[in-house]
Design a protein around this ligand. Structure first.
Ligand code: AHG
Ligand code: MN
Ligand code: MN
Length: 333
């Protein structure tokens, strides 16, 4: 079988389909290179002294793990000097990181969740990186947080890496979804799945059911109907899967179908959910839609939400289209 590397895939996309400019292609390659470095650190585990807490908190009040901090630094360092970016933003940084003056600046903005699934780091369960690329607004001179507050529909690329039994990179530039597997010996990403499509039919759902007592009625109704199985309104049995790493749950859904839910609930009524819109929900929603699925916050399409702030949270329902439409219709009933 002829092996197609990420570089070759991107060059061909640029040439034949004209779907990505050269600058964006190079930017994606740099992000992929940083993910390779993170994957290497992850796989060392205790031997690399990368496990455990960093002894600090991020802007959202979450305890940072060593790998959260390390992955953030790796992404910053890799992307600072390439000349393709104007600024970056991350789950682990309070505000944006403009490209330092000593480096040339480009026209793109990069957002990332450097390490997704932090609670799984120390127990050797799949974790990952999520990223989203936007274009800087026309005429921007000094980048500000405001420049990042663009709808998900404005993303020009999005992707995630999963550091699991294999390290994979799933990518969209708005022309379908492709998956690359890291060949560790060669140090290169090899195209292993072309034009991924989420199966329409599913018997699997992902939600943290320990929060069930806090759920609002539409989510409770939807999950109750799944739990009722064959003799209930859905007429079939469903299975639960919850990895607690969004990257891994979404990757399963992309391959096997299903629905992923992290709803808002009554614990903290003012909080619109746990996950972050700009570097978790938006890139995943872009990928899922490109793979034929759907993504909403229960009421509306995630990609249409106008962000109000960088670390904004959002309820997330994504995956197989008919399931997402059903749970969304319960919210809008
Ligand atoms: P992060 O590690 O970047 O903070 O994200 C964790 C997220 C997401 O990956 C996962 O689906 C969810 O939090 C898990 O939440 P629970 O702890 O409620 O299971
Ligand atoms: Mn995350
Ligand atoms: Mn994270």
């Amino acid at each position: 079988m002829k092996r197609i590397s990420l570089t070759q895939y991107l060059v061909e996309e640029q040439r034949m389909n004209n779907s990505i400019p050269a600058e964006l292609r190079l930017l994606i390659e740099v992000v992929a290179r940083a993910c390779k470095t993170i994957s290497h650190a992850v796989s060392k585990g205790a031997l690399g002294e990368v496990l455990g807490s960093a002894g600090s908190e991020n802007v959202q009040g979450e305890v940072q793990k060593k790998l959260d901090v390390l992955s953030n630094e790796m992404l910053l360092e890799a992307n600072e000097w390439g000349g393709h970016l104007a600024a970056m933003a991350s789950e682990e940084m309070e505000t944006i990181h403009p490209i330092p003056h000593r480096y040339p600046k480009g026209e793109y903005l990069l957002l990332f969740d450097p390490l997704d699934g932090s609670s799984n780091i120390d127990v050797n369960v799949s974790i990952g990186t999520i990223f989203s690329v936007l274009k800087a607004p026309e005429g921007m001179s000094t980048p500000s947080e405001q420049d990042f507050l663009q709808c998900g529909t404005k993303q020009v690329a999005a992707g995630y890496a999963v550091y699991g039994p294999q390290t994979v990179l799933v990518l969209t530039t708005g022309n379908g979804v492709n998956c690359f597997t890291l060949d560790r010996e060669m140090g290169s990403w090899v195209l292993t799945q072309r034009d991924m499509k989420i199966p329409a039919e599913t018997k699997e759902y992902a939600i943290n059911a320990s929060n069930a007592r806090h759920w609002y009625p539409p989510v409770k109704r939807y999950v109750d109907e799944l739990l009722a199985g064959k003799t209930g309104p859905r007429g079939k049995d469903f299975n639960t899967r919850w990895i607690a790493s969004m990257v891994a749950d979404v990757h399963r859904i992309l391959n096997r179908g299903g629905i992923f839910m992290y709803p808002a609930d009554a614990r903290e009524p003012d909080k619109p959910g746990k996950l972050r819109l700009m570097y978790e929900a938006n890139p995943m929603a872009f990928i899922v839609e490109q793979a034929g699925g759907a993504a909403t916050n229960g009421k509306q399409r995630i990609l249409d939400i106008q962000p109000q702030k960088l670390h904004e949270r959002v309820a997330v329902f994504l995956g197989s289209r008919s399931e997402v439409e059903r749970v969304t219709s319960y919210h809008n009933a």
